[in-house]
Design a protein around this ligand. Structure first.
Ligand code: NAI
Length: 340
């Protein structure tokens, strides 16, 4: 169903150019975990997105208040809050994109793997419901550890007979956002012009920013590249420590999640050349899931792009990361199988 969207004067500066008169399809987006630290600002950012016509905010508590609050923002989408498992069906039915920031965040001293036991169970339950109520939706997995929650989701969908590798995404956009910000600072470039692909996974040394492919080119010395790589890999920990027990990245993650969901919606709507990095099923390396640049289209993943030329340093860190993945995969693999 298509609908014409008019830009209100009040919300004009928040919306992007180009939607004044043209038709955009109706799109329903659900945020699962919408009352959380990421969920609330993400709900607001999705409310500001003119590509969304219906916004479903689901959590196990507190969504009526969040939904009432966000619903007063004078933008296109209709907002509804859903609370508790009884209302999950209604939240999911008809969804084009489901964003999952449900789960517990890291505390100081915890790794993303420490989250595995709690978040794996949450993700499993939510994905079983997605398989039942909106099996064709694109799933944007934010819940950590993404390196494991994405394979878990895949297994749940396979068991339900609904798995489509083109529709399952681990959201690694925050790594890209951080790499761009840190690179722009070092290269003294306008951050709005900066592009940096980030490949690999979404935990510590599996996060591989490819600064040799960064644009605009800056020819930074190797010590700077190493420092930027480490800061990008430790970006999450930097925030966890600064928040001193009060959670992990929420605002920057909401921003990153909104960028990725927007890219998915643009792809669904047929906008050409929408490319973002994401942790997806992949044949780029020997690993079954790997983050790399992905072209998004009307069915989700249109093309999983290769890594491109790597510097010697990037080649070395990629090999180390792949080794770490293979080691982790043997233990996580058992855990995943036991969970499904
Ligand atoms: P939070 O604790 O503030 O919010 C989580 C929300 O999930 C809560 O509102 C909670 O009620 C809800 N929830 C718990 N079980 C649920 C269920 N079964 N169904 C629906 N909702 C449920 O945590 P925060 O800071 O929002 O983080 C959420 C997740 O995102 C964590 O797993 C965190 O590690 C991850 N994260 C991922 C990042 C990434 O780059 N992919 C970056 C930062 C955090």
């Amino acid at each position: 169903m298509f609908r014409s969207v008019a830009r209100s004067a009040a919300g004009k500066h928040l919306l992007r150019r180009g939607y004044a008169t043209e038709s955009v399809p109706d799109r329903k987006v659900a945020v699962l975990g919408a009352a959380g630290g990421i969920g609330q600002p993400l709900a607001l950012l999705m409310k500001l997105n003119p590509l969304v016509s219906r916004l479903a905010l689901y959590d196990i508590a507190n969504t009526p208040g969040v939904a009432a609050d966000v619903s007063h923002v004078n933008t296109r989408s209709e907002v509804a809050g859903y609370v508790g498992e009884d209302q999950l069906k209604q939240a999911l039915e008809g969804c084009d994109v489901v964003i999952i920031p449900a789960g517990v965040p890291r505390k100081p001293g915890m790794t993303r793997d420490d989250l595995f036991n709690i978040n794996a169970g949450i993700v499993k339950g939510l994905c079983a419901a997605i398989a039942k109520y909106c099996p064709n939706a694109l799933v944007n997995m934010i819940s950590n550890p993404v390196n494991s929650t994405v394979p878990i989701a895949a297994e749940v969908f396979k068991k339900a007979g609904t798995y489509d590798e083109k529709k399952l995404f681990g959201v690694t956009t925050l790594d890209v956002v951080r790499a761009k910000t840190f690179y722009a600072g070092k290269a003294k470039a306008n951050v709005a012009d900066v592009n940096v692909p980030v490949v690999g996974g979404h935990a510590g040394i599996t996060i591989l920013p490819l600064f040799s492919q960064a644009t605009p080119k800056a020819n930074l010395p190797e010590e700077d590249i190493k420092a930027l790589t480490k800061r990008t890999q430790d970006g999450g920990t930097e925030v966890v420590e600064a928040k001193a027990g009060k959670g992990s990245a929420t605002l920057s993650m909401a921003y990153a999640g909104a960028i990725f969901a927007d890219a998915c919606l643009k792809g669904l709507n047929g906008v050409p050349d929408v490319v973002e990095c994401s942790f997806v099923q992949s044949t780029v390396t020997e690993l079954p899931f790997f983050a790399s640049k992905v072209r998004l289209g009307k069915n989700g993943v249109e093309e999983v792009m290769g890594l491109g030329p790597l510097s010697d340093y990037e080649q070395a860190v990629t090999s180390v990361a792949i080794g770490v993945f293979i080691l982790a995969a043997s233990s996580i693999g058992f855990a995943v199988v036991n969970r499904i």
